[in-house]
Design a protein around this ligand. Structure first.
Ligand code: ADP
Ligand code: MG
Length: 326
C-alpha cells in the first residue's frame, strides 16, 4: 500500500437538514483515474469540494499521504480543482491565468512565467500565452484551466464535470487528452460526471453514488459487467433487470441470444425490433409482464430474423446472470 493514497473515512456533508453525503468510505488508488458517477443531486460535487477544501466536512476525515487534510486550507492539501465553468480571470492573459497561484505564493515573475510556459506546453497551448480567455475556444479555455490547476503540482487533481460545456466532438477528444495527461503525470485524477459513457471511457475505477451514499465501487469493467444493485444496473445501462423465481438479476442485453422457442429457454413474444447499425435490438415480453432486451449482432439477426408478434426463446449463460442484492 502506497502512503500516497487518498482515503475518505466516514465522510459526511450536511447542509442544514439535507444530508448531501452520508458517511462514505473509500480508498482511492494512487496514480489512477477515478470517476465519481451518479445522477444530479446525489452528492458528487459535495464530495469533491470537501476533498478540495472548498467545503467543510461535517463529519469524518479525509486522509492523504497519511495525514488528515480535512482541516487544511485548499492550497495546503496537495489537491487542485478544475472547475466546471473554468473560472478564468477575463482581464489576465493566458500566461498570467496559469501563473496566478504562484503569484499568490510570492514567486517572482520570471520563475512563475517559466513554470506557466511549461504547463502551457503540457496542454499544447504554447502559442496562446498572450491571449485573453475570451479570445480562446471552449476547448482551449478548458486546457488553460487544466494548466492552471496543474501548476501547483498536486498529488490529486479534482475535476467537476469538466467536459459538460463542450460540444460532443470536442468532449470525446478532450477525454482522450485527460486520460493521456493522467498517465503522463502519474498523479490521481478524480473526475465527477453524470455520464456513464464518460466514466467507462475514462476511469480505471468507478464510484457510483446515489442518494448521498456509494452504491458500488470498483474497476470500471466490474461495475459495468457485474452491477450489484438494480440502481447500478439501470444507471450503467445496457442491462436487463429481471425478476426470476430465485431473485432479481442483471443480464447484459448483448449477452441475450434469441432462437425459436426451445426447452430450457425463457419464452417471450417479440414486441419491437429496431435496427441500430452494428446491432439489432429485439424487445420481448416474458412472464410477469417483464420486458427483456436482446442486442443481436446484425449478421446474426439477419441470418435468422424475428418480427413483432413472433414467439421466441431467450437464452443467456449463467455466468452473465448477476444476482442483485438490492
Ligand atoms: P451532485 O454534484 O451529485 O449533483 P451536490 O453535491 O451538488 O450533488 O448536491 C447534493 C445535495 O446537496 C443536493 O440535494 C443539493 O441540493 C444539496 N446542496 C448542494 N450544495 C448545497 C448548498 N451549498 N446548500 C444547501 N444544499 C446544497
Ligand atoms: Mg455536481
Amino acid at each position: 500500500m502506497s502512503n500516497q493514497d487518498l482515503e475518505l473515512v466516514s465522510v459526511t456533508k450536511r447542509y442544514g437538514e439535507t444530508v448531501a453525503v452520508d458517511a462514505i468510505n473509500y480508498r482511492f488508488k494512487s496514480d489512477s483515474y477515478t470517476c465519481l458517477l451518479g445522477p444530479s443531486g446525489c452528492g458528487k460535487s459535495s464530495t469533491l469540494r470537501m476533498i478540495a477544501g472548498h467545503e467543510s466536512v461535517s463529519d469524518g476525515s479525509i486522509v492523504l499521504d497519511g495525514r488528515d487534510i480535512s482541516v487544511l486550507p485548499p492550497a495546503q492539501r496537495g489537491t487542485a480543482m478544475m472547475f466546471q465553468n473554468y473560472a478564468l480571470f477575463p482581464h489576465l492573459s493566458v500566461l498570467d491565468n496559469v501563473a496566478f497561484s504562484l503569484k499568490m505564493k510570492g514567486v517572482d515573475t520570471a520563475k512563475r512565467h517559466g513554470e506557466a510556459r511549461d504547463m502551457l506546453a503540457l496542454v499544447d497551448l504554447t502559442d496562446f500565452a498572450d491571449r485573453l480567455p475570451d479570445q480562446l475556444s471552449g476547448g482551449q479555455q478548458q486546457r488553460v484551466a487544466l494548466a492552471r490547476a496543474l501548476i501547483t503540482r498536486p498529488q490529486v487533481l479534482l475535476l467537476d464535470e469538466p467536459l459538460s460545456a463542450l460540444d460532443p466532438f470536442l468532449r470525446i477528444r478532450m477525454r482522450g487528452e485527460l486520460r493521456k495527461l493522467q498517465k503522463e503525470l502519474g498523479i490521481s485524477f478524480i473526475h465527477v460526471t453524470h455520464g456513464q459513457d464518460e466514466a467507462l471511457a475514462l476511469a480505471d475505477d468507478i464510484i457510483v453514488m446515489n442518494n448521498a451514499v456509494i452504491e458500488q465501487a470498483g474497476p470500471a469493467r466490474d461495475v459495468f459487467n457485474a452491477p450489484q444493485t438494480k440502481f447500478v444496473a439501470q444507471f450503467m445501462g445496457g442491462h436487463n433487470v429481471i425478476a426470476l423465481p430465485d431473485g432479481h438479476f442483471a443480464i447484459r442485453a448483448d449477452a441475450v441470444a434469441v432462437t425459436a422457442p426451445t426447452k430450457g429457454a425463457v419464452e417471450g413474444n417479440v414486441t419491437a425490433v429496431e435496427y441500430q447499425g452494428t446491432h439489432v435490438s429485439v424487445s420481448a415480453r416474458i412472464t410477469g409482464d417483464q420486458d427483456v432486451l436482446a442486442l443481436i449482432p446484425d449478421t446474426t439477426f439477419f441470418a435468422n430474423p424475428h418480427n413483432p408478434g413472433d414467439r421466441i426463446g431467450l437464452h443467456w449463460d449463467a455466468s452473465n446472470q448477476h444476482k442483485l442484492i438490492a
